[in-house]
Design a protein around this ligand. Structure first.
Ligand code: 3PG
Length: 210
């Protein structure tokens, strides 16, 4: 299955770093209340796999694992119940293991050579990371012009001020990032603010069809 099939028209992938697995459910409910039905839990904290496991049966939510950088983490994510995987780079062992398990994967790229390698591995939807550092919308335009059959999900440095500009670019399927779920808000239990940010993101995305 293509990873884009899991994004029901909302074109936003919020990335979450969970300090505590018990924050997973209230955080997911806050996103759902704002209209976001997908959540990427990054393997950047001890709580990630537990958090995914808590979310695997939450009605209406599609939970995935982010920052997946090894085949062992693919297995860990699958066991926890992740329905998709995101990686900051493109690793052949990760691609192979995800394919073997039938899990949609969004691999990361930062250069033309990396895009060629991803396409060689039959990955035509890629995360462009870190988008703002690579040159922002200029980088997306240049790479998308060179690779018209590739769909990009820019992440890194995206927020309410620039998400609509990225989403309006040809070749951009969705955007991702942590701005909707900042660790500080999660840690302090400010879930109403997360619902507000989610609603704002959905409004931005729905007004920015290319
Ligand atoms: C990612 O891996 O997608 C990034 O860490 C997200 O970047 P951001 O925190 O700047 O949104």
């Amino acid at each position: 299955m293509n990873i884009l099939d899991l994004l029901p028209g909302q074109r936003i992938i919020p990335l979450v770093v969970l300090d505590r697995a018990e924050d997973a459910i209230p955080l997911a409910r806050a996103l759902l209340a704002g209209g976001i039905t997908v959540m990427e839990v990054a393997f950047r904290s001890e709580a990630a796999a537990d958090g995914i496991d808590q979310l695997r049966d939450l009605p209406g939510l599609v939970v995935g694992a982010g920052t997946v950088t090894s085949a062992a983490q693919v297995d860990q994510a699958a066991k926890a119940g992740a329905r998709f995987l995101v990686s900051p780079g493109t690793s052949e062992p990760v691609v192979a293991r995800a394919a073997a398990l039938g899990l949609p994967l969004l691999p990361g790229v930062a250069t033309a050579s990396e895009i060629i390698r991803a396409v060689d591995l039959e990955m035509n939807v890629v995360k462009l990371f870190p988008a703002s550092v690579l040159g922002g919308q200029g980088a997306v335009k240049a790479l998308s012009a060179a690779f018209p059959a590739v769909q990009f999900v820019p992440t890194g440095g995206i927020g309410p001020a620039n998400a609509s500009e990225y989403l309006a670019l040809r070749g951009v399927a969705a955007v991702g990032g942590s701005w909707i779920t900042p660790a500080g808000l999660v840690r302090s239990g400010k879930f109403a603010e997360i619902t507000r940010l989610a609603g704002e993101a959905i409004r931005i995305a729905s007004g920015a069809q290319p």
